[in-house]
Design a protein around this ligand. Sequence first.
Ligand code: F6P
Length: 324
Amino acid sequence: MKKTAIKKIGVLCSGGDGPGMNAAVRAVVRSALSYGVKVEGIMRGYQGLIENDLIELTRRSVSGIIGRGGTILKTARSPEFRTDKGQAKAVATLKKHKIDALVVVGGDGSYLGAASLFEKWDIPTVGLPGTIDNDLYGTDQTIGCNTAINTALDAIDKIRDTAHSMERIFIVEVMGNHSGYIAMEVALGSGAEDVLIPEIKPDYKVMCDRIVKGSKQGKISWIIVVSEGVVKAEVLAQTINNMTGLETRSVVLGHVQRGGNPCALDRTLATKLGVAAVEELLKGNYGSAIGVLQNKINIVPLAQARKRPYDLYQEGYRLMDMLR
Ligand code: F6P
């Protein structure tokens, strides 16, 4: 694709929101304006692009948002954008507003849409990793993941108090979609006794034998972290109760993990990535997903940046075996 002089860029958030998306939007807006480039904010992700729902963003529009959860641009999942017809409408909106390039903040599905805009419709597009799941190639961390882990840890510390006082087993279900990354980090960080992740088939017998053995040795409480999709927390609680005879409760943390003020890591990550997105577009580096690897900005083609399998779980289990 030939390089275009970029006078105006669009920015949108897409898919599940994550803490730090606002910090990314702020960094995109203010860095673009510093380079003399105007910015349009697209509301509700690709759906807002289809429906021509845009607002011009100034320095003032993004003041005070760096520490706020959610996204001021709102976000959505847009089935219509998966069709050629939907994409044609989105492209028409970009042309209508003379938007030369687009920054998409989102996860796997959003990157797929961004790659389509670049490859099929010749729109200069870059992607920023905005998802709590941390499941994208080309970046050590995605925006929102660390805050989500902290939120889960905060909740589990509280659950541990009641688990210990009432001598119970607690099953805590966390998000992560098809990735066990959040679950394993949360299990390690909370000192949980066990973790179930989608990458590994659960062995309930081994888990329950361990619980019964621990109980005979005087252990009185357990936290078992389960990644969504492996088994419902409530069902697992019943299974464990049936197999061990010990009182078991379940808690689904759910969307609580997506909210709240972004932690330091997510704010700085989003800020560095937001500026890098604008600078890469100005360099003519289109069709890229921008991440951070070992503390350095890392660029990979959007088409390659999609779903990263979680492959560090063996090390996670090794540590848990020693520490439980
Ligand atoms: O991708 C982020 C995420 O929070 C996943 O962890 C979860 O599976 C999904 O989104 C939930 O999506 P929704 O908010 O549409 O229910």
